[in-house]
Ligand binder design. Structure first.
Ligand code: CTP
Ligand SMILES: C[C@](O)(CO)[C@H](O)COP(=O)(O)O
Length: 254
């Protein structure tokens, strides 16, 4: 567990870990194994996500939060796939919501860790430059950093109705001020641990960790995201992910 005696924002040597929530079922992807364990280019999506974090030289520890029924199999799976020797990989069982799973990952962090990335297993193809940009911004003193991209679509706020029924529009936010945020989201560990201690949204929990930090009144910063850091949520996303991976394999030593 992290060192609670170090005050938030206090100067420190940086030791960065990544927590990978991977305990979701993947309902929107359709029937099958838990999403993180489904194949992308012949390798489980989770292995791509772990490698994406381990590729950053700043990340020394990766905590994988596994579907509870599959934690032992996930440990075996990760032992079977090559990862850099410098990276320690831990596996813990997840919870009912993303928020509970992230909290389980934070609880497993070794005491020397000072900053943390939270990265969806469902974003297997995030480039290392995006990971490093988030780490750098946190190490320069930002308490919470998220990668984000401008939107291509106009966004409407609606009065939600029943699925499939027309919904009245209540507002059109100014698109130039909006960003679609991705992961890894990076945090000073004491700040994120406090958010997880103090903010309990109940129900489905929070859709991202930065939102919990915002609720503490702490400023979250956006750095440029990357279009290949997209989340595999629906079947079409998997088609795109296979295509991106095939292009990488054809052009780099990936
Ligand atoms: N109880 C949960 C729910 C989600 N996640 C993780 O949070 C990330 C983002 O969630 P999402 O893309 O919504 O994944 P799922 O919850 O699996 O998807 P769905 O909502 O379609 O079931 C995923 O890596 C997922 O494994 C988790 O660790 N524990
Ligand atoms: C954390 C996240 O990926 C940021 O965009 C997103 O909010 C996760 O949402 P999901 O509904 O759990 O996929």
């Amino acid at each position: 567990m992290y060192d609670e005696s170090r005050p938030e924002g206090a100067p420190h040597l940086h030791h960065t870990a990544a927590v990978i929530p991977a305990a979701g079922r993947g309902v929107r992807l359709g029937p099958g194994a838990p999403k993180a364990l489904r194949s992308l280019g012949g390798i489980p999506m989770l292995v791509h996500a772990v490698r994406a974090m381990a590729r950053s030289r700043a990340v020394s520890v990766v905590v994988v939060v596994a579907p509870p029924a599959d934690a032992a199999d996930v440990r075996l799976l990760l032992d079977e796939h090559a990862l850099p020797d410098r990276t320690e990989v831990l596996v813990v069982p997840g919870g009912e919501t993303r928020q509970e799973s992230v909290r389980a990952g934070l609880d497993a962090l070794p005491g020397h860790i000072t900053s943390v990335l939270v990265h969806d297993a469902a974003r297997p193809l995030v480039p290392v430059d995006t990971v490093d940009a988030v780490v750098e911004a946190v190490r320069e003193g930002a308490p919470a950093v998220v990668p984000g991209l401008p939107l291509a679509d106009t966004v409407k706020e609606v009065e939600p109705g029943k699925p499939g029924e027309p919904e009245p529009v209540v507002a059109t936010p100014e698109r130039a001020r909006l960003r679609a945020v991705q992961t890894p989201q990076g945090f000073d560990l004491a700040t994120l641990a406090r958010a997880h201690r103090e903010i309990d949204l109940g129900g489905e929990g929070a859709t991202d960790d930065a939102g919990m930090v915002e609720r503490l009144g702490i400023t979250v910063t956006v750095v440029p995201g990357h279009e290949e850091a997209f989340k595999v949520t629906r079947p079409l996303d998997l088609v795109l992910a296979e295509a991106v991976l095939a292009r990488r394999r054809a052009t780099d030593a990936y």
